[in-house]
Design a protein around this ligand. Sequence first.
Ligand code: C2E
Ligand code: CA
Ligand code: CA
Length: 696
Amino acid sequence: MDKNADIMYRMLVQSVIDYAIYMLEPDGTVANWNAGAQRAKGYVAEEIVGKNFALFYSAEDRQQGVPQRGLEIAATKGRFETQGLRYRKDGSAFWAHVVIDAIHDDDGTLIGFAKITRDITERRAWEQEQLKAKELAEKQSAKMSALSKFLDNIIANIPSSVIVEDAITREILLVNDKALQLFSVPKSLIVHHRPHECMSAELSDYFNSLGDVALRNEGVHEREQLLLTARGERILHTKATSINGEDALQNYLMLIVEDVTDQRAADARIHHMAHHDNLTSLPNRILFRQRLSEALRSEDRRSNATLCLDLDNFKNVNDALGHQVGDELLRAVAKRLRNTLRDQDTLARIGGDEFAIVLPSVQSEAEASVVAQRLIEVIRPPVNIEGNNLSVGLSVGIVLSTPDINTPEQMLRCADMALYEAKRNGRNRFEHFTLEMDDIARSRRLIENDLRDALSNRQLKLYYQPITNGDQHTIIGYEALMRWHHPVKGVIMPNDFIHVAEETGLIHMLGAYALYEACREAASWEGQQSVSVNLSPLQFKNSSLLSVVEGALRESGLEPQRLELEITESVLLDDNLGNIRTLNSLKALGVKIALDDFGTGYSSLSYLRSFPFDKIKIDKSFINDMGDSREALAIIRAITGMSRSLDIQITAEGVENSEQFAKLQEEGCTLFQGYLFGRPQPSEQRLKKLDSDESE
Ligand code: C2E
Ligand code: CA
Ligand code: CA
């Protein structure tokens, strides 16, 4: 190296301050030291020149010969390059990039090393950061793709059909498998197509019109419609909502489509079940009420008619032949009734054997009468069920809507009153509602209220009517007949309150009272006359009847044979066996049993054989009619003839004059009761002259 070159080189080396550049002797001794080296390592030239460069290494590196190895590599290969921790004078470390170049003279003899060290701590930190950032980004993207797979999987498996459209182009961007099944078009022909390009006009119209609404308005919009899909006719329920991204280019329309066909079918079944009668499939009371109120709300100037129907004699069929036959009969009846009506008429089953009908838009009572008569006629022919020819009748109550009667409740109540009237008038007929029926019903309700207090207020009294054996002066017994001394209305007769007591259940208390009171009073009589007490058929429905009779006898001390119980045929009609058992138990107590009002109602001489009655009372209507009616006389004769052969006593009741008396004696009646012999009177007046002081 010539001198100038050497100087220039030194200046250059000295002036480079970013690098620590210095020369080493072949053994590693520092030969010179530049400003950069001083800056980088903290030593001034005087401190370091002549010292071994291993000084910059950590003690550990030194021990392992790391500095020396670098020199050896540089000596053999010409250059050694490395990175690592180096130490400054103050002991602080930095990350250094080190290049060691071997310097040879012209003969090739190693004369030393040039060492360039650069502090790259910052760069390394930056590189490390970059590396970390890159790793993070890679991790992130792996996460993202996992997330996207996860979401794809979820969307594919959502049990609803999902369709996402671009809000502006209305191209379909996403569609899941479930949706594809609806259209049966390959995914490639759906994605990036607009609905009307890839599905039927019906379906695309459905989605587009709902989508339009959802894009124009906030919130979720729904529409349900029956549509032809690849899976056949299905009811689709779609919810549409717009999804707004960061900018207008990221707005979407999301459609979630549900196939609700099965659900709606189930709903319909449940709805049908809730509104129809299981047995006949006719509308039930709930649906009937709905239809009736619809009819009443309609603008039609004409009336609506409501009919209440009740089968006559159904209970007997049911009791005698069992519920299965009863059910069949009801189904057959329902069918006949339904076939008689127009489509717009509603026939409902509203109770056991009760039906009701709405006839919308009826001109007149006459028009409704025609329908009612037709219904009665169509029920008349017997129904054959399991070999039984069954006959039931039909009673019908009718009401037409008026400005005053126009709610479902009023209509039903009025039709029911008319039905009650039809039954009272002999069944198998129809009756129109009249305002008088309402008055009667109202007064019945008043009676019902008052009757509850009548017993405790001692307003009920027994009157006694004599029964003679034909010898006008011998009274063999008395029939106890109830009177109600009402504080305001005066004396009320049994025909006006007994049925109310029966309907309200008060009959049990009232009947027990009659038994106790009649026995108590009869026990105080001087003679040995019997006392007859009327029993309502309803008293047989209460299991305590027997113990009530026993109690009345025990408490009064009356000999049982002096008590006679009067029952009517209906006791034998309802629940035959149970009632006959009760009658036998009563008879076993020693009391007598009489069959009252014989010849009316269901009368059949066969009843006389079903129980050993002590007495039969021929109904007073026959006595009343026998003067003019051959038929009445014939019936009286049949009864007396029959009872003679069965050895049963016959009482003729309602005997009002001596002609009747003479005739009845002639016909073989043995006992007599009627105004001719005496009217019912309170116990204490009963012995007064027979034909005077009538106190009714
Ligand atoms: P019933 O058992 O047939 O009683 C005979 C009815 O005929 C009585 O009417 C009596 O007053 C009336 N009568 C008697 N003789 C004559 C006559 O010569 N001519 C006419 N036209 N009528 C006569 P009443 O007292 O009004 O009783 C009516 C019905 O009320 C009774 O008919 C009976 O079924 C029922 N009843 C009366 N008291 C009781 C009772 O304590 N319990 C029950 N369950 N029913 C009773
Ligand atoms: Ca009686
Ligand atoms: Ca009677």
